[in-house]
Design a protein around this ligand. Structure first.
Ligand SMILES: Cc1ncc(COP(=O)(O)O)c(C=O)c1O
Length: 341
């Protein structure tokens, strides 16, 4: 008796970064923010009543979506909210890929996309970036859905605006611009999502707003695409505390921007310090660095750092296994990292 779908039996699940709980650990492996969330989040958390948990959340997340619409100067109908941006991305594979359709993305980019396409029983078309991980032109009809990570992960690099815009205009299907790291970048493509019929921007509160723990992401774009996502999501996909906490965090743009600026400054200092040590460091528009150590192998160095209670991320995929992805922590944490290497 076969109890499990063959595609699930064959599935290689996504491997998240380790969440170790060890005293004194310096966690530079999952692109979390080293600074606390806004004090307004603290106020909301303290005001949450146990009694209110009896009730279901607002299924339309009206207040939260209004705050997001305000922030991006669009209508509430242009905003979808999800249980982390990973949920948004998963729903895109269900809403926009017809039976026998494929999912496409560049390689390397976010390693969750092939897992989502496998779950949706859709073939994944991975289009290799150039040798230096710069842009290569994807065919306009490669798949009904293209996940374009901008700035890219794990390389941290930004693609030229003209390339992204021209691609979005000619692509025959839906382009999801995964802007998980856009708040650390000099540019973003929200204007493109709000002007073309086939483009969504996906954002998260996990990185720049220091809220990975509440699981909140959102998508902005044309109403028909947003409606499609809303039709197929769970009715209560964003829980009540998360709706309130998320709205409070998004209303405090000053807090988020100040922390993002601090992280950008630390990022540039750390990149310089690594280059002085002979590392090959990609220019980053994110809250992490993608870098190749001078002497040791990346895998060995990761283990050495781990033994010193410093976690960084190493990927074993062939084109990127010489590199480490290092989340930018506080200045003190980065000093400890530099001392350990
Ligand atoms: C490119 C990219 N997209 C999405 C996510 C997931 O974000 P969330 O925490 O909102 O699910 C990540 C997290 O690492 C990411 O790197």
């Amino acid at each position: 008796m076969k109890l499990i779908r063959p595609s699930v039996v064959a599935l290689h699940p996504y491997i998240p970064g380790e969440q170790l709980h060890v005293e004194g650990l310096i966690k530079l492996n999952t692109n979390e923010n080293p600074y606390p969330p806004s004090p307004r989040v603290d106020e909301v958390v303290r005001s949450l009543s146990v009694e209110s948990l009896r009730l279901y959340p607002d299924p339309l997340a009206t207040e939260l979506r209004a705050v997001i619409a305000d922030l991006h100067r669009c209508k509430v109908e242009n905003v979808f909210v999800g249980n982390g941006s990973d949920e948004t991305l998963a729903l895109c594979t269900r809403a926009f890929v017809p039976p026998n359709g494929a999912v496409a993305s560049f390689d390397p980019s976010y390693s969750l996309y092939p897992v989502l396409s496998a779950i949706a029983d859709a073939p994944m078309k991975l289009l290799p970036l150039a040798d230096d991980f710069s842009w290569t032109e994807p065919p306009a009809d490669v798949a009904p859905l293209f996940f374009l990570t901008t700035p890219n992960a794990p390389t941290g690099t930004m693609y030229p605006r003209e390339k992204v815009e021209a691609f979005c205009k000619t692509f025959q299907g839906v382009v999801v611009l995964d802007e998980a790291y856009a708040d650390f970048a000099p540019d973003n493509f929200m204007d493109v999502a709000l002007s073309l019929p086939n483009v969504l921007v996906s954002r998260t509160l996990s990185k720049s707003y220091s809220l990975a723990g509440i699981r909140l992401g959102y998508a902005v774009g044309p109403t028909p695409l947003i409606e499609a996502l809303n039709k197929i999501r769970d009715s209560y996909n964003v829980n009540a505390p998360t709706q309130r906490i998320g709205a409070a965090a998004l209303r405090d743009q000053t807090w988020m921007r100040t922390n993002a600026q601090k992280i950008i400054a630390t990022r540039e200092n750390t990149a310089d310090a690594l280059r002085v040590r002979g590392w090959n460091v990609f220019p980053s528009a994110t809250n992490f660095l993608f870098a190749r150590p001078l002497a040791a192998s990346a895998a060995d160095l990761m283990q050495h750092l781990r033994a010193n209670k410093i976690l960084v991320r190493h990927f074993s995929a062939p084109r990127i296994n010489d590199y480490l992805r290092i989340t930018i922590g506080s200045d003190e944490q980065m000093q400890a990292f530099l001392a350990a290497i």
